[in-house]
Design a protein around this ligand. Sequence first.
Ligand code: 3HC
Ligand code: NAI
Length: 685
Amino acid sequence: MSVITSRKDGEVLVVTSNNPPVNALGQAVRAGLADAMAAAAADDAIKAVVIACEGRTFFAGADITEFGKPPVGPSLPEVIDMIEASAKPVVAAIHGTALGGGLEVALGCHYRLAVASAKLGLPEVKLGILPGAGGTQRLPRVVGVAEALPMIVTGNPIPAARAEKIGLVDKLVAEDGLVESGIAHARAVIGNAEHPVSSRRTDRIGEIASDSDFFDEFRKAQMRRLKGFEAPEACIEAVKAAIDLPFEDGVKKERELFSRLVSGSQSKALRHVFFAERAAAKIDDIPKDTPVLPVRKVGILGAGTMGGGIAMNFLTAGYPVTIVEREQEALDRGVSIVRKNYERSAAKGRFTDAQVRTAMNLLTPTLDYNDLADCDLVIEAVFENMDVKKEVFRTLDGIVKDGAILASNTSYLNIDEMAAATRRPGSVLGLHFFSPANVMRLLEIVRAEKTDPAVLKTAMDLSKKIGKVAVVAGVCFGFIGNRMLSPRQRAAQSIILQGAKPWDVDKALTDFGMPMGPFQMSDLAGLDLGWDKANSKGETIRDVLCERDRRGQKTGKGYYDYDENRRPTPSKEVEAVIAEFAARSGLEQRQFSPQEIRERLLFPMINEGAKILEEGMAQRASDIDTVWINGYGWPAYTGGPMFWADTIGLDKVVEGLKVHARSAGAEPDISRLLEDRAAKGETFN
Ligand code: 3HC
Ligand code: NAI
């Protein structure tokens, strides 16, 4: 059956797309739409057209899998121009998500109706491109630059109600009978002398001049999230063109920018990231018909840094949560932090007061473990100590109902050992959230030796419901993310013994796009994490700094000195400590370029990633990329560590690892998988 079908309802031609799963505007859809528009034009009995989609959504955009392949006509801009040029009014009937090319189709239509649950947006920027089918030119003409610019530059969709308010949608209609509403609307406008044409509108585009402060202020406000990305600036340029140029010239400008971006390395990387996130949700070796277990009520043990944040994820998603602590004081503190976090978000407009109340009402704080008995899932976030964890699992096993899932948020410890403390090892797994747990998108789902497929699948399903990007990891020290962090930390310690300064090391990584470098990270987390004061003998730089009470930001000094506003400056004292260790090491002192620092720190991570793959601790290389982008802020525009390695060439990575190890006086320990692929000229992805 064709992906585009048409039927007549009196004088109205109803054109329907059925291209699961998201009605992407692939070649067959575009050709079908063009044919339908031609048929409508040729048929005198037809006076109006409704465009609608079957399945879960209106067109969710161009077909991303077609990018980078030779284009096959008709192009999307051609199809949209055809729709807009139709003498017969065309009504878009929108449900689900009208995104990217999908919203551009809707903008080409003369009228737009949507159900209240629909969302509309231009997310192209997230793929490293900009709307390429007239979106940057039509949207500002329809809703004004002040509304259009953030939509185009951030890529975040808006709900239908907001779309109606700003004039993007003409009318909200009932969820049931969308197509009928579209037909009725079409009938009602047939007699109108004129129909609104987005590209011809001039009523709003003049509201903001292209040289006004508005753009600089917007850039400033968005600076942090845009840093390093090429597409947002191109989006701004395109919107300015919409203000300054006639539509036809603006579209030319848009197309020029689109072509440049779509063939560039950032867009390639960001497309990889898009598909990597979706691939991560697939668990390869479990049967297709594996059931998802019902999770209606969640228990959390420990209301510390992580417990509270984890609770918020579930509360926000509407799950009742029971949180257990050892003492009233810790419980009260934990709950008050949750409340404060919600209130702060509400103050920023992210939640309404009613939503905060609803979430807080779902939270039951208690000191009694027995209150966890009827939970379907319990996540422990108590101290990182195996004896404590085992005791907790033993206790939970005796209290929580049969069949319920027991999970650990441990950062490093062995889940199999915890599972062995219970009589239900099949129901035990790791759910490793990242700090701050209510903010960071990553969830590592740690599959223990005996974890049931249904338990694993349930965790994956749940991760979507609480808005996380989940990746399955095997049981190994630090799982995927933290395991790869260790070699980076070691490399950072080793390079400063050869003359690189901590601040130069940090800068090389932040210039690359990481949110912070290894020494900034140590100062933030505290140098004394895992440091044993009683047994400290000044054997490492860290020991000496801790002994001098340079334990990081919390003591006002670590690798850096901090002023009262926590602004860092390089420390002479630290330099002297390092110089002493360096002299004792006998290593030659020299300068390092930012590129050499990056390779020195990041290549060992790739090597560790390859070992993780080799051992089957990650299902696929792209999962590792997903972990690092969503859990540690690795710059998405490089595609993640493994994709980045592919773009450099694995042979160069292997060569670099050898050179760097020897320069630090060590023997390279290179993953066999990495070496094999490099030798064969292969890539990870
Ligand atoms: N092209 C190709 N495949 C797509 C796609 C697209 N635009 N959007 C989604 N898919 C695929 C996914 O890869 C996934 O495939 P899989 O099942 O094989 O893994 C499947 O559709 C379902 O996607 P999700 O798992 O993401 O489903 P959700 O229900 O969670 O989300 C969605 C649906 C919100 C529509 C989400 O898929 C999404 O955000 N899609 C991308 C939207 C987008 O970026 N559109 C702009 C495209 S670029 C463009 O339009 C250029 C134009 O300006 C010229
Ligand atoms: P935390 O010290 O802030 O909180 C732990 C809480 O657990 C304390 O409030 C403590 O009173 C409570 N607790 C201890 N034993 C208990 C018991 N038997 N019953 C009930 N409550 C108990 O620690 P944090 O940072 O929240 O870490 C918790 C776990 O999460 C650890 O396993 C840690 O490795 C892991 N983790 C921590 C991350 C972080 O950045 N802090 C990131 C990811 C995981």
